[in-house]
Ligand binder design. Structure first.
Ligand code: GUN
Ligand code: FE
Length: 451
């Protein structure tokens, strides 16, 4: 009785699956059978006890099913909604000054080096491989102002099978550096070239994202133009907003006709339901309302917010205002490229806010798990394709083995339940526990070395 004969099942996995839904922050599905079709999409997720009837219905061999071990589970791949691929090389250093000085002293000089394609290729290969190994199946990248190096980042993400949004950075003022600036015309022309060339590659999982660095680096004319390009091509948009108080003050001076920082982007048509803005630590209620109305989202980057002493985003307030929110590492303002670190710093920031106000409703680990997976996909408007184990979505998944020895403690002491194992993994695990990574059904970790 094969009513699914047109669907070709490529892989079937049996074991525990943990994920989030729109209604439930953490759903634990024990002894499930999950089938992935030849296009990498989830074809079914059913009770493992039905293996015989399912194998008949879907036409797969029961002997070909991959069985997870007792201490293993699948979780959705993590979504890094904000990472500077070009800052990876100095991650873990240079965190001794506030944002605007940090940009001038450390960041722009390092980004200038990506003019050299050999240099770019080396750094970008490290970033893509390492973030995949850390369990980042989707990354929203800032590259640099250099078009060819940014295209190379897209190619490398495609080569290693990572789902990625890639942005050529635009900045036509206030770079403070002769060797790292572009004119208005260059920025416009090169953005058009970047988008055209990247789209022509037809990489299945890699998309361009329109990337004004942030309002202080962009003239009003450039912002206007970028808003237009994004609108005409239905593209994603990313930038920074309201990260530090000093920056908010600067934006007020630079754009005296705008009522707020958010209004600057809104006036230039840069706030859409495909926009993700990093930080937002100091947004007003009115600004958050604009986010909700436009469908724009926030990338919460807690490591960076603490490391550069920028501020503490009140995630609970953002969620209560029904603004979409995902997590970001913000390398190198954030020193860690691991989304597990972003999870931990999100929880720590929420607890710091609770110390300041004991009435505060602290985020739970289940909620933060959702932000790292489904929440990130929603923030990037990719949740029709990815974010959890819903039938029809791409299979983006991490195979987590909590019995691997590594990290500061043994995760398993006495036969813990899956929920406990997930919590321990999120708080204490690392990439050694991520034994396999899948993007769109394809196993991308361990890496298959090219012949
Ligand atoms: N604002 C503008 N550029 C940057 C950057 O590279 N990192 C961070 N954290 N904030 C920014
Ligand atoms: Fe950033």
């Amino acid at each position: 009785c094969s009513n699914n004969s047109l669907v070709n099942i490529a892989h079937v996995y049996r074991g525990t699956f943990v994920h989030s839904t729109y209604n439930t922050a953490l759903e634990i599905l024990e002894d499930r059978l999950l089938g992935v079709d030849a296009d990498g999409k989830i074809a079914f997720i059913e009770s493992g006890r039905e293996v015989d009837s399912l194998s008949q219905k879907w036409g797969f061999e029961a002997s070909a099913v991959t069985h997870l071990g007792q201490h293993e589970f699948f979780m959705p791949g993590m979504v890094d909604t904000h990472i500077h691929a070009s800052q990876y090389s100095f991650a873990g250093t240079a965190l001794d000054m506030p944002l605007l000085q940090w940009l001038k002293k450390y960041t722009f000089p390092e980004e200038a080096r990506f003019k050299d394609l050999g240099f770019a290729s080396n750094v970008y290969t490290h970033v893509v491989k390492r973030t995949l190994r850390n369990g980042t199946t989707t990354a929203c990248y800032f590259a640099t102002i250099h078009t060819d190096a940014s295209l190379l980042l897209g190619q490398i993400a495609n080569d290693f099978g990572q789902r990625a949004l890639v942005g050529k950075v635009c900045m036509d003022r206030n770079s403070f550096l002769r060797e790292y600036k572009e004119t208005l015309e260059e920025s416009q022309q090169e953005t058009t070239r970047f988008i055209g060339e990247l789209l022509r590659k037809r990489y299945p999982l890699v998309r361009p994202v329109v990337t004004p660095r942030f309002a202080p680096s962009c003239s009003a004319m450039l912002l206007d133009h970028l808003g237009e390009i994004a609108q005409n091509n239905h593209l994603h948009i990313q930038s920074h907003i309201s990260e530090t108080k000093e920056e908010v003050k600067l934006v007020k001076e630079l754009f005296p006709d705008c009522s707020s920082y958010t209004d600057v982007y809104h006036k230039h048509n840069l706030l859409t339901d495909k926009t993700v803005m990093a930080h937002g630590c100091h947004l007003t209620d009115e600004e958050l309302k604009l986010f909700r109305e436009t469908g724009a989202s926030i990338a919460h980057c807690p490591n960076s917010n603490i490391s550069l002493c920028s501020g503490m985003l009140d995630v609970r307030r953002v969620l209560n205002k029904e603004v979409k929110l995902g997590l970001g590492t913000d390398v190198a303002g954030g020193y860690s490229p691991s989304m597990l670190d972003a999870v931990r710093k999100t929880l720590a920031t929420s607890k710091a806010l609770t110390i300041l106000n004991p009435e505060y409703q602290t985020l739970t680990f289940e909620e933060v798990f959702r932000l790292a997976t489904l929440g990130g996909s929603q923030a990037l408007s990719l949740d029709e394709q990815t974010g959890n184990f819903e039938v029809g979505k791409d299979f983006d998944a991490l195979r987590v083995n909590t019995s691997v020895v590594g990290g500061p403690i043994d995760l398993i002491i006495h036969g813990e339940e899956p929920k406990v194992l997930l919590e321990k993994f999120l708080n204490l695990g690392d990439d050694r526990n991520i034994v396999e990574v899948y993007v769109a059904g394809r196993r991308v970790v361990p890496f298959v070395e090219k012949p």
